[in-house]
Design a binder for this molecule. Sequence first.
Ligand SMILES: *[C@@H]1O[C@H](CO)[C@@H](O)[C@H](O)[C@H]1NC(C)=O
Ligand SMILES: *[C@@H]1O[C@H](CO)[C@@H](O)[C@H](O)[C@H]1NC(C)=O
Ligand SMILES: *[C@@H]1O[C@H](CO)[C@@H](O)[C@H](O)[C@H]1NC(C)=O
Ligand SMILES: *[C@@H]1O[C@H](CO)[C@@H](O)[C@H](O)[C@H]1NC(C)=O
Ligand SMILES: *[C@@H]1O[C@H](CO)[C@@H](O)[C@H](O)[C@H]1NC(C)=O
Length: 406
Amino acid sequence: MNSLVTKCLFLIVMALIIRSLLLPNSISVRVFEYGEFIPGNNVRRKFLEVPQIVWGLNNQKIAFARACLTARMLNRSLLMPSLSASLFYKEIDQLQPISFDKVFNFERFNSLCDGFVSVSRYSDVGNRSNLIEVQKGSGRRWTLERDLDQLKEFSKRDYDAYETIRVVGKNPFLWHDHWPVSDYAKVFECLVLVDEILKEANEVVSKIREFGSEITHDSLQQTPYVAIHMRIEKDWMIHCKKLEQRSNVSNICSSKEEITTRVANIPTLKPPTTLYLAVANELLEDNSILNGWKEGMHPIDKKRLGLTDLYKKHPYLIQAAIDYEVCLRANVFVGNSYSTFSSLLVLERTQKTLKTNMSHPCGNNVRWPSYAYNIEGESNAPQLWITNLSDSTLQAISYGSSSVSC
Ligand SMILES: *[C@@H]1O[C@H](CO)[C@@H](O)[C@H](O)[C@H]1NC(C)=O
Ligand SMILES: *[C@@H]1O[C@H](CO)[C@@H](O)[C@H](O)[C@H]1NC(C)=O
Ligand SMILES: *[C@@H]1O[C@H](CO)[C@@H](O)[C@H](O)[C@H]1NC(C)=O
Ligand SMILES: *[C@@H]1O[C@H](CO)[C@@H](O)[C@H](O)[C@H]1NC(C)=O
Ligand SMILES: *[C@@H]1O[C@H](CO)[C@@H](O)[C@H](O)[C@H]1NC(C)=O
């Protein structure tokens, strides 16, 4: 009797050991299979190739999303485009092309956007000669309607014969826009930074929080902070004055004094508060931006945090991507409604807000609130700001606007 029980136990234990030895194997087999056979209905065997994507980080994100949505309309996958690491754009050979997957996580993008849009590698193309080159129309007579007609033409069966459609000419940021804000928002949600850049952003955020816990004298890991995207550098001031004249509005440029005064009036900010100033590099040499804030509001910038070297080792695009991530995670964000950087941030923050405050996204007590410092709200505070996700075009974000929905 006893020995039978022992034998049984022995067999059970053996079975368990064998199973545990086999299990990791069978998991890795499955992972391997997944890599080999991408689920059938997501395979898009036809591709769209677009010109190099240029300009600021967020111009590039918009251009990328527009290229993805164009590919979606043509029932094609977008061939991984080149982004530009440098902001310098007067001479095309100095744009420092950087591959999409050096900035954004390629696998995460395709898994998050699965069924909506996809990005492919050049190695996915079967026959690189099976290609048609297409010049996108331009000029004043090339209207939105004509552009749409051209896209419809390319979606037709005649073009099915070509494995790749290569669009030549202008950067996709300058293409006509045919898609609602919600489509862009879906693409932006799939753009996750690669781990190396996320690691740098984490370091900046924890430095800011450390500073915060020193001034509040508590040891909370999650000390809140406000991020302020201040556009007051010379280039911007010249640009925004011109824009004000051209569009006959007076609330695009804000001086440093206007920004500090309005931020001081945000009703929910109870001192002591940490203010992270996201500013252009040239302003880091100007210590006066750290002065003049209301008592109890403690401004810091990269230089004061000792992070100049962390940023400097990266090209423009990566620096901007880190700053973007830091502003995205801020408890409160304050920006300029005419800046593409601010506007895209508010779009993503609005999506986060809507997840917790669906019915009243415009209240002062929402999570992830954002404000536009260039627009005067109640009691001389900056105006609360959310993106209208039902808007039919991204125009407002691409070119700036004083309509901030709240
Ligand atoms: C889109 O492409 C897929 C794969 O190439 C194909 O099965 C599907 O029929 C296409 N859809 C349309 C609407 O053309
Ligand atoms: C590749 O495509 C070109 C152009 O359509 C065609 O002439 C050629 O035969 C194709 N090559 C192969 C190996 O299919
Ligand atoms: C500019 O706006 C002001 C007030 O908003 C208006 O009185 C004026 O006529 C406008 N000027 C032009 C050229 O549109
Ligand atoms: C937003 O959601 C948070 C968390 O659920 C809640 O505490 C807050 O009262 C909400 N605010 C509004 C304006 O609904
Ligand atoms: C959002 O956009 C839609 C479509 O353009 C419009 O009907 C609606 O009034 C807008 N909502 C706000 C709050 O501006």
